[in-house]
Design a protein around this ligand. Sequence first.
Ligand SMILES: O=C1O[C@H](COP(=O)(O)O)[C@@H](O)[C@H](O)[C@H]1O
Length: 260
Amino acid sequence: MSTPQLVVHHDKELMAQAAAARLITKVVDAQATRGAASVVLTGGRNGNGLLAALASSPARDAVDWSRLDLWWGDERFLPEGDPERNVTQAREALLDAVPLDPARVHAMPASDGRFGDDADAAAAGYAAELASVAGSEDHGPVPTFDVLMLGVGPDTHVASLFPELPAVRETERTVVGVHGAPKPPPTRITLTLPAIRAAREVWLLAAGEDKAKAAALALSGAGEIQAPAAGAYGRRRTLWLLDDAAASELPRELYRPAIP
Ligand SMILES: O=C1O[C@H](COP(=O)(O)O)[C@@H](O)[C@H](O)[C@H]1O
């Protein structure tokens, strides 16, 4: 487990641009070192903000998009192309604009896909896909993702791990179906905490006033069942990327703004 590090930017636009620049560097480095890079995308406002910032960054051409594997941390279990699906939003924000290898874009199944409307079967299918690419150098049935990004919800949820729901208690399976999520849609698919913790680096994105209480709770020693964001950490690094508004309720011993 890596201890969370905090980086606080002035506002959400700056946070998105800085996080996009950080991601480009990480991907370029991983491609130089290991030949390819793997990134887990998040849905939500902050995740999509980062992708949009990446799309408009001139440095995006430094990435070899054909040697990048994309996975998702969670998905809203809706029909293919639904505007609320995380993959649809990611395509709009960035993916349609860059030359990715379609075989390396590992979207989670849709509710009208090969598993039909069975979210549990779809989750098991995604777990099998992850397991099929995990090698002996990895730490279980998921690849060692270079960067796994998570938007933090105002209730401290990450991916589709909501406080107190069964998915956040999962210790064996890497991907599970979620039923009765408090945020629509109620049916979702999510990586579990053990899968998240297989990543080299986990980046938690929290910008905006509505994330302030969640960031403070998760970073102040709350348990992961009550505050799932508290249980998300990477093997080498756990990075919280915040803006001033989201950092505004952090205890002073964790973060002291330069200008009070
Ligand atoms: O529904 C979801 O919400 C979270 C957080 O979204 P935000 O808009 O509050 O930033 C997101 O991380 C997750 O991927 C998504 O499915």
